[in-house]
Design a protein around this ligand. Sequence first.
Ligand SMILES: [Fe+2]
Length: 434
Amino acid sequence: MTVTASGTPAAPGERGLPHWEAAPDDLPAAIREIKAALRARIEASGRTVGEVFGVIEARVRAQVEEIAADKARGATVWPVIDYADIEAGTVSAQDVAALHRRGCLIVRGHFDHDQALGWDQEMLDYVEGNQFFESYRGPADDFFASVGSRPEIYPIYWSPPQMQARQSERMASVQAFLNAQWTSESDGVQWFDPARDSLYPDRIRRRPAGTNSGGLGPHLDPGTLDLWMTQAYQRAFRHLFDGTVEQYDPWDAAHRTGGPQYEGTTMCSAFRTFQGWTALSDMDHDQGVLHTVPIPEAMGFLMLRPLLDDVPDDDMCGVTVNQTFPASARWHPLLLEALSGIPDVRAGDSVWWHCDTIHSVAPVTDQRGWGNVMYIPAAPWCPRNERYAASVREAFLTGSSPADFPAEHYERSWPDRFGPDRLNDIGRRGLGLG
Ligand SMILES: [Fe+2]
């Protein structure tokens, strides 16, 4: 399948919006300029900024209330689907609707429980056998470094269990199911190939029993100021700014899979339909687990909120380059009301959330049991991911840390990392070798 994106001509109403394809030098000036231009664009449509924001706010508020009602009657907010139903194609229309509405999902029994526990042990043997703890130089990641000084996030990418999971049929079928929730083709353009993943390599987390952790505050990962300031994102979010806010669809991939992202320590070069991880230990819902604001439309709220009058002209509600995009009690209290944690999960279950959703990790004191996961998202083949795949191939072949991550390269000399001779068809296609 040929995937093409980018190069579509500007729509008539699109002219005049300033854009910066790399982070501007004078951020406050650029913020003032883009905010004025976006307000003018909205007002040119005959609507006010307040009215347009009100449309999104009402949609979001209805969901916040529904989620509060679900919690009050003890219902699980996160949709749960059995892997067997995904594999057999027997997921009910009701479950698909819940996934679409909430933008997050638990896949029960994605992998066999014993297999996941075996992978966890194998990973530990892999790092121990290669003297990782003796050679560990401390956290090199600005963001996760705030968690603590112990290696909780291991900068390990190429262990046999990680690669086995990434190139497994089971992972491919879940990724294809999740990708299919998006509109991947419109205006005669195939924005991504829902049936082919690009094997975005990420790390593992191993959090031992007894851990005290402050968690991670609510934030989102798809970008920072580039979400308002680059031409591709201005097109992706066009309905928010051109008077057609009712047509804003968080599942529309149009213009999202080709453009650049501003450089920075928190950047992700890939387009991910969903972020995800696979549990390698059993975890209870109250042991410092992942939370999301399970409302995909909240992205529209986050994008429009800085344009209201109460936000200083040079402020995007705290969003700036080189830091994750925060959701805050000051600017987004309505959204944070809906923060919802995952239910209990078992080793082998996987956890997924739409790439634009706000997420956080709850604090924990004296954690019960392990909290071990491997991060494997759904990052379908598209121009942006194809470009990044070239550097992933190089990192894979040399055992290096991938380009999106700190250049730590622990595994270069590890003899038992996963080698090219063990790639199957899914793995070769995902790396662009097939
Ligand atoms: Fe994140």
